[in-house]
Design a protein around this ligand. Structure first.
Ligand SMILES: [Zn+2]
Length: 485
């Protein structure tokens, strides 16, 4: 066998390990396959779309047949709020990254807001890096933030390794991360126009006709005055109509010519009314992509009970027909990625006792449950695992400039591997929530698909049977290298 020659001559210090399964996700295919990776370099050494027998390898080579479970790349969750430092009672690097590992997610990208300080200057990024050191169970990258007046910090942040930038066109919910005006957006675009980065937008914005009614918007969460009981989900939904998203998208597109080469990205797109606008912009050559979230694809307004503020997020979870439209756009390629937008807070701030959708913190805790959530909802719709890998690993990796390393099983890339039992089911209990605050709308829901094992750069960090590999520990790295194309 070529392979044993390769290993024999190629050096035992690579400590090769072999995974085989009747089902391996390789690109768009699910095929019988063999993955050989190095426990020392953490890289994939070779891939074969056939099951090689143990005898093909030098004696003593660790060899695991994962059949009937699926071997797939670890997920890259490109939208997570870890809130450390500063709001560590909400979440933290340790708990958030453990939750990721539990769910087969091997890379998470931390949002620039909700930690204090926000990641808007080099100094703040340094604070963030120090806070993360030694606590990450998976690899972690950082986004920078765009706020009014920090445009001169942006290029230095690119050089320091942030994987993109996020800004808000509407109040973010925290005072240290104010919204930007269209003027600020254009300033930032001018700074970033030739940089290897991506500019991302929380795309909700109050149309001027509403904004002129100042008493309506004096407190912009909700942007529109509630017109019914505060614990009614419908009242909340009506306060954040699709027009907020479509208006914001139009505003972003009107700024886009300032930096035609700069990739733009809409985070957590919810309203399907945005889709024709997005399609037209892309057809006209605008360099813009969009993500949606597990919750918009798996939950819908009609099923949300009044007072159940676990479902509050912005933009809101909309009706069933909207959900169907998002699935269609995703499968058609118009929406390219699916992320968690894991945005936790303390149980107290969720105001579960009061059930007031207007004063509760907006954000849904999902990190580590996403793969099962998506598979549960997607499988009956005919979705395949390669599609999920494309949305949640390959394309998210591309978005943050990590292709060549993350997001696919390829020779020379990181051996970030998820072993997935696509037939198993489990009912979500607090034990399955490894994030800090055990509050999620998925509690008590039965999910299809269980992550059996998660491997980070050639080492197992989690298994369903043995739990976290405490001996291996928090070996996650901070991803600060330059972006790949
Ligand atoms: Zn977010």
């Amino acid at each position: 066998m070529v392979l044993s020659l390769e290993i024999n001559s190629g050096a035992a210090e690579l400590k090769p390990q072999v995974f085989v399964s009747s089902r391996v996700v390789l690109g768009e295919r699910v095929t019988p396959g063999t993955i050989v990776f190095s426990s020392t370099t953490g890289k994939i050494l070779s891939i074969h779309s056939t099951i090689l027998p143990e005898s093909a390898f030098p004696p003593g080579t660790p060899y695991t047949d994962h059949t009937p479970h699926v071997i797939m790349p670890g997920l890259v969750d490109a939208h997570v709020h870890l809130n450390e430092p500063g709001r560590t009672e909400w979440e933290g690097f340790e708990t958030g990254s453990r939750a990721a590992a539990f769910g087969g997610v091997t890379t998470i990208i931390d949002m620039p807001l909700n930690a204090i300080p926000p990641t808007t200057t080099i100094e703040n990024l340094e604070t963030k890096k120090k806070a993360a050191q030694g606590k990450c169970w998976v690899d972690v990258g950082f986004y920078g933030g765009i706020i009014p007046g920090n445009e001169k910090d942006l290029v230095p942040l690119v050089k320091a390794g942030v994987r993109g930038f996020k800004c808000f066109l509407i109040e973010s919910g925290v005072e240290e991360f104010p919204a930007v005006s269209s003027e600020d957006v254009e300033k930032a675009m001018l700074e970033l126009k030739d940089q290897p980065t991506v500019m991302m937008f929380h795309a909700e914005m109050i149309p001027p006709i509403t904004a002129s009614v100042s008493d309506v918007v004096q407190h912009s969460d909700p942007p529109l005055a509630p017109s019914g009981p505060l614990n009614s989900y419908k009242t909340f939904l009506d306060s954040r109509p699709p027009a907020l998203e479509t208006y914001a998208l139009a505003e972003i597109l009107s700024c886009a010519p300032v930096a035609p080469n700069l990739p733009l990205h809409i985070v957590h797109l919810s309203a399907t009314e945005c889709l024709p606008i997005l399609a037209e912009a892309r057809a006209n050559g605008v360099n813009i992509t969009a993500e949606t979230c597990f919750h918009y694809l798996a939950l819908h307004a009609e099923a949300i009970e009044d007072g159940d503020t676990r479902h509050k997020c912005c933009p809101p979870i909309r009706e069933k027909n909207n959900q169907d439209g998002l699935w269609e756009a995703l499968r058609g390629g118009l929406i390219e990625t699916v992320v968690s937008d894991h945005s936790p807070c303390t149980a107290g701030l969720k105001q579960l006792n009061k059930g007031d959708f207007f004063s509760a913190w907006g954000g849904i805790s999902t990190v580590g449950l996403g793969l099962s959530v998506l598979w549960t909802e997607g499988a009956p719709r005919g979705v395949t695992l390669p599609e999920i890998v494309n949305w949640c690993a390959y394309k998210t990796s591309k978005q943050v400039g990590l292709l060549g390393k993350k997001g696919s099983l390829e020779v020379g890339w990181d051996a970030d591997i998820c072993v997935f039992d696509d037939e198993g089911t489990f009912t979500v209990t607090s034990d399955d929530m490894k994030f800090k605050n055990k509050v999620t709308p998925y509690e008590s829901k039965e999910l299809r698909g269980i992550v059996r094992e998660t491997w980070l750069r050639g080492e197992r960090v989690f298994s369903r049977g043995d739990g976290f590999e405490e001996k291996v520990g928090a070996r996650g790295q901070l991803l600060l290298e330059p972006r790949t194309a």
